[in-house]
Design a protein around this ligand. Structure first.
Ligand code: AMP
Length: 366
């Protein structure tokens, strides 16, 4: 284990709300933080010890950043390969590039799930309209076409309800620009009539110890997470199977840090992996108020070479995202001692913008 001493500096690539909450956790354990990202007056910059506002391609700024920190982690996975390689050559980067690379591309991610014997919805790679039409003979609609890279919160996705929707879906997802001839631009996935969606967050330390948070049940609205509820309405066997998948994935990636694994649960209790992220996750924010140790502290512990602990949940919880104007209606939550509010310091409450979240606790039922 490479243990950082109190006062050491943890570098964080990305300066949004996840970076902000990581900085707050790091500070509690006595570490300084240095955030790096392209946005000025970002949520993370407001609470970090030091901030660099620069592009991820700016090598001079990356060099100065890597010289100023004792280790680096990420608050998002779409770090350009060159930036990750540059940093890895100069400082300790956790998680490693391999974990990031798999999570950046839905094709690699699905192949990875197959390699650890974890089921996914049926899928086909698609790089041209003809591929899409051929894929629709193998996967019956309804289906969903998703870009392989850089999609989030429903961006880069189009539903295919009938085979005749192929042209429209292709033009939505490509934005009218033909993709490069070699490679996989998108994947077609069979639409799953799921009973519920869950996620499990695994933390893995430098010594290989893995601890998982309990599965959260997630509800999405407008392609964005709306609520996470714990305990999820799944039986013990399904919860154990979901935890086992997240554990196997973290181990197979040799990851040091966090891995959030999103899964669909079918009516007959089968688990189908949707996607994963090697970082703190919106569906893990409930851990901040319902557990002894939250997802942010587990990541800081992993990066700093400290032991991971059993996160021990002490309450039932519903996490609600505060999106856009929700942030202007906090009086009910402010008056409720069971409601724990977390705001991200964003000045402008634009529609669809994540402004904060609230964790509403209830006595532990199971
Ligand atoms: P994603 O960007 O892949 O995480 O998708 C965002 C959300 O869209 C998921 O959490 C689901 O609610 C829904 N979704 C995505 N893919 C599928 C699918 N194959 N079947 C059913 N729902 C899906």
């Amino acid at each position: 284990m490479h243990r950082l001493s109190p006062g050491a500096t943890i570098g964080i690539l990305g300066n949004g709300q996840l970076g902000r909450m990581l900085c707050l956790s790091a500070a509690r354990l006595g570490y300084r933080t240095h955030v790096f990202g392209p946005e000025a007056d970002s949520p993370a910059e407001q609470v970090a010890s030091v901030s660099t506002v620069a592009a991820y391609t700016d090598e001079a700024s990356l060099a100065a950043f890597s010289a100023a920190v004792d280790a680096v982690t990420f608050e998002f996975e779409n770090v350009p390969a060159a930036a990750a390689a540059f940093l890895a050559a100069h400082t300790r980067v956790r998680p490693s590039w391999r974990a990031l690379e798999v999570c950046q591309d839905r094709t690699k991610e699905k192949q990875f799930f197959a390699s650890i014997n974890a089921a996914t919805p049926p899928w086909q790679p698609v790089n041209a309209l003809d591929d899409l039409k051929a894929a629709l003979t193998k996967i019956n609609p309804p289906a969903v076409l998703k870009t392989a890279r850089l999609g989030y919160d429903g961006k880069g996705q189009a539903k295919v309800l009938i085979a005749g929707d192929a042209d429209a879906a292709w033009s939505t997802v490509t934005g009218g620009k033909p993709p490069a001839p070699n490679g996989t631009f998108a994947v077609l996935e069979g639409f799953v009539d799921f009973a519920c969606e869950i996620s499990v967050i695994a933390a893995r330390g430098q010594d290989g110890k893995i601890v998982c948070f309990e599965p959260a049940e997630n509800v999405h609205a407008n392609h964005m997470l709306a609520t996470s509820t714990v305990p999820a309405r799944i039986n013990a066997a399904t919860a154990a199977a979901a935890t086992d998948i997240a554990t196997r994935a973290a181990k197979a990636l040799d990851l040091v840090g966090l891995l959030a694994m999103e899964m669909f649960v079918t009516a007959d209790g089968k688990l189908l992996c949707n996607e994963m992220a090697p970082r703190p996750h919106n569906s893990g924010h409930w851990t901040q108020d319902a557990c002894g140790t939250d997802q942010f502290e587990q990541l800081i512990r992993a990066v700093a070479g400290l032991p991971l602990v059993d996160p021990a949940r002490h309450a039932d919880v519903v996490m609600r995202n505060l999106v856009g104007a929700d942030v202007n209606n906090l009086d009910g939550y402010l008056a409720d001692p069971a409601a724990h509010i977390h705001l991200y310091g964003k000045a402008e409450a634009r529609p669809g913008r994540k402004m904060g979240h609230v964790n509403i606790l209830r006595p532990k039922s199971s």
